[in-house]
Design a protein around this ligand. Sequence first.
Ligand SMILES: [Zn+2]
Length: 142
Amino acid sequence: MIVFRLICPDEHDFEGWFRSSADYDRQRKARRVLCPVCGSAKVKKGVMAPRINSGVAAEADRQQAASPGAAEVMGMLRDLRAHIEKHAENVGENLPEEARRIHYGEAKERPIYGQASADDRAELADEGIDVVAIPWVPRHDA
Ligand SMILES: [Zn+2]
């Protein structure tokens, strides 16, 4: 399973669970991905942790079982969090700014993660900055 943070034109922010990225694309094209608040089918992916994600998301795709239980999903999300914390730099609330600096070549290209509001994420997406939102679950030891 893979989780996308999705956003509709009215900026309702919600999570969608899909078997894979391709499954999301298919369902979205068929207008079956609907905003739970207003019912709009014009949803797009929200964004959060830039740069790390094509790799990380691909990994999550490969690891997906036919239909993992909630505990397995939580385990995968914990592993994902650990992976990100190990390999990426936490820029916290500077995420949108730092993502732009990297995108426009003003800062060294590297994996980063942090927090971004729905507005920030929409703006980054409009600028073509490749970022993905993931659910940030508690750690194993939390
Ligand atoms: Zn909506």
